[in-house]
Design a protein around this ligand. Structure first.
Ligand code: ARG
Length: 511
């Protein structure tokens, strides 16, 4: 047998790796969270090998028994991943070989490469995490829908250029975020579908001469279909890029709501007050109440963008085939998921507990000429003047009032200035035209800010969220059912007291 080798691939090497080389190349920290997926992938691979007659039933029993033990030992802390063994795949295989012996454990890697193995782990991991992010996003949308239902009639200033534009309702504002986050849901769902294909069986890059059955592992891993082209799948990380892009946009959107929270809670704006449970003080200034969660969400956005850019840069120069550069795909992906999930873990509750200062909002919505467009619209409707001319008239009025530091609410002056422009409107009517609340009631065009439209959109969005929830449940069941089916076969094989039972068990798999 020759002298014992330091690595499982060390056959051709005469010296072992230096400590520094191992430290530079291993991926143990990143791989730790993959071990459950790695073992599931190995179980399905071994079952498939036995069913195809590539390994014996006795081999299968030994392999499955020690894979199961590896998992429980890992959970109990009796099996830890060793950097000297490079990655999770080599650690698990070494565990098998050390415990079951090379004559059994050494057969697991037949017709498989770490190249397809690592992709199986990543695909399985991404599926779970996308569903987690989707659940968090749905909760966030629910929080916005709650605000929308309560505040469909609450006026606030709508902004463009961060300047008063037109009055809208707080409910309308909240539904805008739901509308936006629903697109994130769709992007994540599409990323999920891309990730839900089976790389296993691609082997190193060329497929294999063994009579493997990729459909069986596809079924047992709950994938939609095999990712057929062996060289393409080995070389592809676009499913990760797609996911990171979807996560980057989620963060962009979370950062935008965070930005609004930050300035809405300023003394100057004063339209929202955070619950104390989500606020921070200062070590020196006793009066401070700071929106740190929103700031950190905004501040962590760049790290998720960085993850996307990291991966895109990694991919751009890589030739077809596996390249070790690919190992670097995991830390940014982990980081992106961790950050997004952490933000989504806090923001829904932070929003639900925020006290919106509706009186202050109404005061702002009625100030600073925010209803000027309504006056122009009135003139178009009642005086048969073109909109451009009405715009000019109201613009002139605002300019004059503003110069004298007056507002529309200086009603007699407003009336007089309009009269000078040959427009006669009784003060009572002026008050109605320029009332912010009436303005939002009347903006009844499709998708506008009227309470009727807000309620209609709330219902539509709630329905979409229900559909998303059923998708998430359906995907989760597919994952769980496939895992349960794998574990059922493992139990059957390990519980069978004769090879016949094992054979019947694996022959009976329906797919
Ligand atoms: N740790 C590696 C990765 O994450 C394993 C993949 C295969 N390695 C190899 N040398 N072929 O990409």
């Amino acid at each position: 047998m020759g002298k014992p080798k330091k690595t499982l691939w060390g056959g051709r090497f005469s010296t072992s790796l230096t400590t520094e080389t191992i430290a530079f190349t291993h991926s143990i920290e990143a791989d730790t969270r993959l071990i459950g997926y790695d073992i599931w992938g190995s179980q399905t691979h071994a079952i498939m090998l036995a069913r195809q007659g590539i390994i014996s039933d006795a081999d299968l029993r030994e392999i499955l028994q020690w894979l199961q033990k590896a998992e429980t030992d890992f959970q109990n802390g009796d099996f830890t991943l060793d950097p000297n063994k490079e990655d999770v795949h080599m650690n698990v295989e070494s565990y098998l070989i050390e415990n079951a012996g090379r004559e059994f454990g050494g057969k697991l890697h037949t017709a498989r490469s770490r190249n397809d193995q690592v992709l199986v782990d990543a695909h399985l991991y991404i599926r779970d995490e996308i569903l987690n992010v989707q659940r968090g996003l749905s909760e966030l949308c629910e929080a916005f829908l709650h605000i929308a239902k309560v505040h469909a009639n609450t006026v606030m200033p709508g902004y463009t250029h961060t300047q008063h534009a037109q009055p809208i309702s707080l409910g309308f504002w909240a539904t805008a975020y739901v509308s936006m986050f629903l697109r994130d849901q769709k992007r994540l769902q599409s990323a999920y579908k891309l990730a839900n294909t089976n790389p296993l069986g691609a082997c190193a890059l060329a497929g294999t001469t063994f009579p493997i059955d990729r459909h069986l592992t596809t079924k047992l891993l709950g994938f939609d279909a095999p990712h057929e082209h062996a060289l393409d799948v080995i070389s592809s990380r676009d499913f990760i890029a797609e996911t990171l892009f979807a996560l980057s946009l989620v963060m962009a959107n979370l950062s935008r709501i965070s930005e609004e929270i930050v300035y809405w809670t300023t003394y100057e704006f004063g339209i929202a007050v955070l619950d104390d449970a989500y606020s921070f003080g200062s070590s020196i200034m006793p009066q401070k109440k700071n929106p740190d969660i929103a700031e950190l969400t905004r501040g962590r956005t760049g790290r998720v963008y960085g993850a996307l850019l990291d991966l895109l840069t990694n991919l751009k120069g890589l030739p077809m085939g596996y390249n070790r550069d690919f190992q670097e795909d995991k830390p940014p992906l982990w980081e992106a998921f961790d950050i997004v999930k952490a933000c989504l873990g806090l923001l829904p509750e932070l929003l639900k507990t925020t006290d919106f200062k509706t009186e202050r909002m109404a005061e702002l919505a009625n100030a600073n000429f925010a209803t000027a467009t309504e006056l122009a619209n009135y003139l178009v409707k009642e005086h048969q003047i073109s909109f451009r001319e009405c715009h000019e008239i109201v613009g002139g009025l605002v300019g004059e009032l503003g110069q004298g530091e007056k507002t529309f609410a200086d009603w007699e002056l407003t009336q007089r200035l309009l009269k000078q422009r040959e427009i006669d409107i009784p003060i009572e009517q002026l008050k109605q035209i320029l009332d912010a609340e009436l303005a939002i009631q009347n903006n009844q065009s499709l998708g506008g800010t009227s309470p009727a439209e807000v309620h209609r959109m709330v219902d539509g969005f709630a329905e979409q969220l229900n559909e998303i929830a059923s998708h998430i449940d359906a995907y989760q069941s597919e994952i769980d059912d496939a895992h349960q089916e794998t574990l059922r076969i493992v139990d059957e094989v390990l519980g069978g007291d004769s090879d016949n039972i094992v054979r019947r068990g694996i022959q009976g798999i329906n797919y």
